[in-house]
Write a protein of this length. Sequence first.
Length: 111
Amino acid sequence: MAETAPIQTAIEQKLNQGFQTTHLAVENESHMHSVPPNSETHFKVTLVSDDFAGKNRVKRHQAIYGALGAELQAGVHALALHLYTPEEWQARNGVSPASPQCLGGSRHDKA
């Protein structure tokens, strides 16, 4: 049986509804951090949208934080945001940066 991920699903839905996305990837990276198994606290978001045209990085991030205010208040601890226009995404060959490993790792994986 597949596990449900209600916070990740909510993030995906809100971003799809709030932005004209040409690409959206929401990855739960909580397992890379010192949190219990199946946590939904750390996410990597890659979003490509014409909505970002003419906006600097700060304005892009503010738009995402505004859309996800409820999730941030409810326990999402970290968002790694990779936000591009379609032209910027194409220039990157459709690849977002890899996430670094948490220096603390997950204590829950060390039994």
